[in-house]
Write a protein that binds this ligand. Sequence first.
Ligand code: NAD
Length: 251
Amino acid sequence: MPTSQPTQTAEVARLLAKCQRVVALTGAGISVESGIPDFRSKGGLWTRFPPDQYATIQAFMDDPEKVWQMLAEMEKVLDRAKPNPGHLALSRLEKLGVVEGIITQNIDGLHQEAGSKTVVEFHGSHRTLGCQWCGKGYGSDEFDGTETPPLCSCGKVLKPDVVFFGEAIPTRAMNDANSLASGCRVMLVVGTSAEVVPASQMPMLAKRNGATVVEVNVERTLLTDSVTDHFLQGKAGVVLTDLANEIAKLL
Ligand code: NAD
């Protein structure tokens, strides 16, 4: 069973400062404080556009115009979002030599905007688009948002380079994530429900290779009573900032 909170931030800070080689696995929860809803936020984007109807590759191939109704709204939310203290704390921990890299399930690019250098975008990025038919690639900044859906020069509807449900993880991201997860000494799992495979398997992979698993979440998840060694309950922005401040004092 993971230990309880009050003594924990200090204890986890000591562990991270000592072990270094920390890899973070982040999910939608870390970007909630930047105004991007996760799949659980009530009344948000995903209530109106259920992921099973708008975020599967089959839905996109069947009716890309329909899926672009959701994508266009999501783009507006992503364009407004800025890194929050949680993203900044992870970037600071990388600069301090404690965090080795981040495996993120998010497509929002906020870790890089916060200054993190080693970021594996496990589910791709919304910043580029590709044509499923002719293979041509585009930057999302080549479109101003008025052209929905954005079209390829061949006339087909473009797809953002994000991994839809039912699509394989890009080989390079899979390899990079496996190598980070299997080589780390601590895996810091932040703001993920751990319900989406194969990303949800990264903490198990880390643990099998001897890592300690620290989880930061506002609520308990599938991992909490099985894989997690230390559960820090709270908002990522608050918990990670406290953790980074404690670690900085120890180095
Ligand atoms: P999820 O929506 O299934 O779970 C989010 C988790 O974050 C929950 O466990 C929730 O309790 C927790 N959480 C919410 N607010 C938090 C906060 N302030 N601090 C800490 N924890 C908080 O998300 P998931 O596990 O990442 O899986 C969903 C899939 O959807 C992923 O594949 C992801 O790529 C995609 N997604 C991405 C974004 C994004 O890019 N920002 C947003 C929504 C969904």
